[in-house]
Design a protein around this ligand. Structure first.
Ligand code: ZN
Length: 275
């Protein structure tokens, strides 16, 4: 069951974010035969959106997603600033031809214990972003994050919760299924079936290390941890998901310290044996 070729992989720029800018990531993908890329907005802005769009096109890369919109909750109200920023994110995603705009929705408002309030802000923020995203035809992908990030990054923590929001908001919104965040969920496979082809917008891979030494920046290379990636990939593909396997590894202690060409070569090798 295991194994994808490099043309079925996408490099999320976070994987080499300490070593490379976006232009180097694009060249690196081309050099290693990697089929796609998923820029973070900071890297995209550094390079310039138009220049990046052109370079990505010329390299023949698919854009599996733009990371990220969201962050609706920080101030406890949905200000115009955050709405405008998400509108810009939608436009940037469209300009680089991204398959979707990935949303990290935000956690509790600063100083708050009101999780219900956070959920309400997220849903309103997504709805307002979706108004614009539908106009430009850019799919919006909610990325549920592991519950350990509920306070500070995303109060949407399971596929079920994300799909409930999608049900309420309707067309143009789906989920980014990141194995790191959802592998533990006993409901995962039922929710992948529920999502179906239409709402499975992105598939992110890395691995869960045991022990995990840092809650944010100790993600593993595929094959180095405990996630049954081939099983999850088979489940999303059996729904008809045809997108790339986006490799997103935050790794301050290991991969961010290595020669980025070694990181990409390892990605490619592990794609073949551990994905
Ligand atoms: Zn992800």
């Amino acid at each position: 069951m295991g194994g994808v070729g490099p043309e079925r992989l996408s490099l999320n720029t976070a994987t080499v974010r300490e070593q490379w800018g976006l232009a180097q990531c694009i060249d690196g993908c081309a050099r290693h035969g990697i089929g796609g890329i998923a820029p973070w907005r900071d890297k995209l802005h550094e390079m310039g959106v138009a220049a990046a769009a052109k370079a990505i096109r010329e390299a023949g890369l698919t854009v599996s997603g733009l990371c990220r919109g969201g962050w609706f909750t920080a101030t406890g109200t949905l200000g115009q600033e955050v709405i405008d920023d998400n509108r810009r994110a939608v436009d940037e995603a469209a300009e680089i031809g991204a398959a979707c705009l990935v949303m990290v929705v935000g956690g509790l408002p600063d100083g708050s214990r009101d999780l219900s309030r956070a959920h309400a802000l997220v849903e309103e923020g997504l709805a307002r972003t979706l108004d614009h995203a539908r106009e430009v035809g850019m799919p919006v992908a909610i990325e549920p994050l592991h519950p350990m990030y509920a306070a500070d990054r995303a109060c949407v923590n399971t596929m079920r919760q994300a799909l409930d929001i999608c049900d309420r908001l309707g067309e143009g919104i789906g989920v980014a299924c990141d194995v790191y965040h959802v592998w533990w969920d006993p409901d995962l496979y039922d929710q992948i079936r529920r999502a179906g082809r239409e709402r499975l917008l992105a598939f992110h891979v890395c691995d869960w290390l045991v022990p995990t030494r840092d809650l944010l920046t100790d993600r593993g290379m595929m094959g180095d941890g405990v996630i049954d990636i081939p099983r999850i990939r088979a489940a999303v593909e059996s729904e008809g998901f045809g997108g790339l396997n986006e490799v997103e590894i935050f790794s301050a202690l290991n991969w961010w310290r290595r020669d980025p060409d070694e990181v990409l070569a390892t990605m490619v090798e592990r794609g073949r044996i551990s994905c």
